[in-house]
Design a protein around this ligand. Structure first.
Ligand SMILES: [Zn+2]
Length: 203
């Protein structure tokens, strides 16, 4: 998807392949009459922040796009009615996000461990251990995995946490299964990563 931004009249014309004739005519008019078009491309496809959920048809979202000179802009995308086409506004700025809540995927972890028949003692230790790590998690940015929703980030367990857990259970019965569980699930989309729910502000 690209956005044609007319520097003369300020209009933004998306080029997503879904435009109707009227929109295409408007875009062509800017191109032929105003002759000063900047072409912007989103920095990451489908990556945008919004106060409303993705499924909400009338929502306002923000994302970054770069122009042909590599300059980064904030794009505001919204519509006021389901039947209206999307409107765009482009401006200089930054999308600041911050952590609102970090949580452990407790339910999912318990379910997985039950399926693997890993002992309840291991389970309770693991959950307790992860919860105790929460205060330290947000400072450890090396292990952050950003998915396609910048407001819902996964944070993998770092090497220190993994070593600590493995050392704890290595000599116990079921240690091998537990070790496999850790390496299999401490991945994006796994049950071990912390969930970092974020908020945002345009600055
Ligand atoms: Zn124009």
């Amino acid at each position: 998807m690209q956005i044609y931004w007319c520097k003369v009249c300020g209009k933004c014309h998306p080029n997503s392949g879904w435009e109707d004739e009227e929109e295409i005519a408007e875009r062509e008019k800017c191109r032929t009459e105003h002759k000063n078009i900047s072409v912007l491309k989103p920095v990451v496809d489908d990556s945008c922040v919004s106060e409303q959920p993705v499924a909400e048809p009338v929502r306002t979202a923000y994302f970054y796009a770069v122009d042909q000179d590599g300059k980064k802009w904030v794009v505001k995308k919204w519509r006021t009615d389901v039947n209206e086409p999307l409107a765009y506004k482009i401006f200089e700025g930054r999308i600041a996000t911050w952590t609102e809540k970090i949580s452990v995927q407790e339910e999912a972890i318990r379910q997985q461990l039950k399926d693997l028949q890993i002992k309840e003692f291991h389970e309770n230790f693991l959950i307790g251990f992860l919860k105790n790590q929460i205060p330290f998690v947000k400072y450890d940015t090396e292990m952050v995995v950003e998915g396609d929703n910048p407001l819902e980030i996964e944070i993998l367990l770092n090497q220190r946490m993994v070593s600590c857990l493995i050392a704890q259970f290595d000599l116990l019965e079921g240690g091998q299964a537990f070790r496999e569980f850790i390496s299999k699930e401490n991945v994006p989309g796994g049950v071990l990563p912390f969930r970092d729910k974020r908020n945002f502000r345009i600055v």
